[in-house]
Design a protein around this ligand. Structure first.
Ligand code: UDP
Length: 281
């Protein structure tokens, strides 16, 4: 199910003919009735540009939408996994972030619609577990990238690659010293499926612990694309976390999961993907 708010449906074209696949175009804030054994709730725009465009709708997606899917899980006894986020840690004062950290989140800023919406979704998951014994899994997903991203994604990897490919200036926010850790999409999907089939009901961080500054990322992408782009320094957005890095000890020990795709390999694949997309335009 997808309302195609931030996508075009291109990513599911390969499955469209399969009898094992069906697609419902619907917004999850509209109640649904589907007998499911497993539910992965990944609904909600994750790019700051997209989720800040209509912040009230973002909160509704994470709160009303999550209630709707939890009601399905309660009714049919489904196991349900929530795609939570490293944003629950806000601008972290503990580094790297373990699952036990409660975070440092601004409740009234521009990112709050996403951060607090996702935090409330986690609250709902644990309340449905305590109150109705729903079988829950919660993944805290750190920055993830790879083929399949929207052209207009607006997050750093997509922006830098598109800018580098077209020779435009690279828009580096702040002084570029802020850090992130980037997990390749296939690693993330493996982690989500391993968590779903595990017996772990506490939140689990999923992400690649290799940390890189945005300045360094810009340089790497310029090199990999052999680009002539220059770097243009832009203001750092409000509440932009300065450092972020997952502690993945829990996923390593309980799921035997760790990322296997290096940033260089993942970026090369993603650059190839964006090239195909832009050439097809
Ligand atoms: N960023 C940047 N230029 C861009 C987009 C993002 O320098 O064109 C920075 C942003 O300020 C943040 C980091 O890259 O520090 C990651 O931003 P993104 O929007 O990808 O995701 P976030 O982790 O902030 O949700």
């Amino acid at each position: 199910m997808d309302n195609l708010h931030t996508s075009t449906g291109l990513n599911i074209q390969n499955f469209a003919g399969s009898s094992e696949f069906s697609f419902i175009q619907q917004d999850i804030t509209v109640p649904m009735d589907i007998a499911a054994e497993r539910i992965y709730n990944l609904a909600c725009p994750a790019s700051p540009v997209h989720y800040q465009l209509d912040p009230v709708r973002t909160v509704k997606t994470s709160v009303l939408g999550t209630i709707n899917v939890l009601e399905i899980a309660r009714k049919y006894g489904s196991r349900i996994l929530q795609a939570s986020t490293s944003e629950v840690y806000g601008n972290p004062q503990v580094h790297p972030q373990p699952e036990s950290y409660w975070g440092n989140v601004n409740p009234i800023g521009k990112r709050s619609c996403y951060d607090e919406g996702k935090r409330c979704a986690e609250t709902l998951f644990y309340d449905y577990r305590r109150q109705f014994e729903v079988d829950i899994r919660v993944a805290r997903i750190f920055n993830t990238y790879g083929p399949g991203m929207a052209l207009q994604d607006g997050r750093v990897i997509g922006n830098f690659i598109l800018q580098a490919l077209s020779g435009e200036d690279i828009t580096l926010y702040g002084d570029g010293s802020q850090t992130r850790c980037f997990c390749y999409v296939s690693d993330m999907v493996n982690g989500l499926m391993a968590l779903m089939e595990s017996d772990i009901s506490q939140p689990v961080n999923l992400g690649n612990p290799v940390e890189i500054s945005m300045g360094r990322l810009a340089e790497e992408i310029i090199t990999l694309t052999d680009s002539s782009s220059a770097i243009s320094y832009q203001p750092l957005p409000e509440d932009d976390p300065l450092r972020r890095k997952p502690n993945i000890a829990l996923a390593e020990s309980r799921l035997d999961w760790r990322p296997s795709v290096s940033l260089a390999t993942g970026l090369a694949e993603t650059i190839r993907y964006f090239k195909t997309l832009t050439e097809g335009e």
